[in-house]
Design a protein around this ligand. Structure first.
Ligand code: ZN
Ligand code: FE
Length: 276
């Protein structure tokens, strides 16, 4: 209630400190066998962004349950398990579809073609486009600083990174280095629930990493209770993700490659994961 006057003689209550309104709400939606899609809702403008569309139905249900209308669909890369729901959701909601200009030929029809380094406006919030080549060529990631979140698709993943289907190890290492430079408290919203299997591999690379041992236990507990392990926090990835840690002396020592370049060590860890 505002503007109400207190009865005479009562002291005016102390003014509360200004508490910033959390205008952005992040929702993780499981799709298909092990995919995730993400909604970011801006309560001030009632706009809602979707990051990847593995399939339409669970996303449509999540929107209906909250009474939200989709305004923007951001795509990370061309694989079917990230775009299959785009056409239906776009037709239903009239949403603007955003994806990489360089990969437009393989993506659903785009309303906005973007290039790494550029910034897209979502409801007054900057969404920065980051190059994320490696898993595919033309893969991009999105960083929304106001949401404290990066949408990384199949580039940086919880305790892992995407397979190198199209790009080189050098390209993926560049991608991971770029994402590693984001604020440490950034939520890494990645495309799949692969974390438990990733943890087993990570422990084979760094069996002595105490933070990793602790995280692997927490992941097993979470999965046993049916909880998501995505999004994860970048600081946890920096402490435990063997792919992100390829540049560290302790990781190089663990794989017996003290004198090799960061990208070479990353390439070796990625090869080992493919065979794990
Ligand atoms: Zn993919
Ligand atoms: Fe995928």
């Amino acid at each position: 209630m505002s503007g109400n006057s207190l009865p005479a003689g009562l002291e005016h209550p102390p003014r509360l400190p200004h508490i910033p309104v959390m205008a952005l709400e992040l929702v993780t939606i499981p799709c298909r066998a092990d995919n995730y899609a993400f909604l970011v809702h801006d309560t001030d403008t009632a706009r809602t962004a979707l990051f990847d569309a593995p399939e339409a139905a669970p996303i449509a249900n999540a929107l209906t349950a909250r009474g939200w209308r989709l305004s923007d669909i951001f795509i990370t890369h061309h694989h079917a398990d990230h775009i299959d729901g785009v056409a239906e959701l776009r037709a239903e909601h009239g949403a603007r579809v955003i994806g990489a200009k360089s990969d437009a030929a393989r993506l659903p029809a785009l309303d906005l073609e973007v290039t790494p380094g550029e910034t897209v406006d979502f409801a007054g919030h900057d969404v920065t486009v980051l190059a994320a080549d490696g898993h595919t060529i033309g893969h991009i990631a999105y960083h929304m600083a106001d949401a404290g979140a990066a949408f990384t698709g199949d580039s940086l993943m919880a305790l892992g990174c995407g397979r190198l289907f199209e790009g080189t190890a050098e390209q993926m290492w560049d991608t991971l280095s770029r994402l590693a430079a984001l604020p440490e408290d950034t939520l890494i919203c990645s495309g799949h629930e692969y974390t438990a299997a990733n943890a087993r591999f990570a422990l084979s690379v760094e069996p002595q990493n105490a933070a990793l041992i602790h995280r692997a236990e927490a992941i097993d507990t979470a999965r046993a209770q049916g909880e998501f392990t995505v999004p994860s926090v970048l600081s946890d990835e920096l402490a435990t993700n063997p792919f992100l840690r390829a540049c560290l002396p302790e990781t190089k020592r663990a794989v017996g490659m003290e004198h090799d370049s960061d990208a070479e060590v990353f390439a070796e860890i990625r090869r080992a994961k493919d065979k794990f």
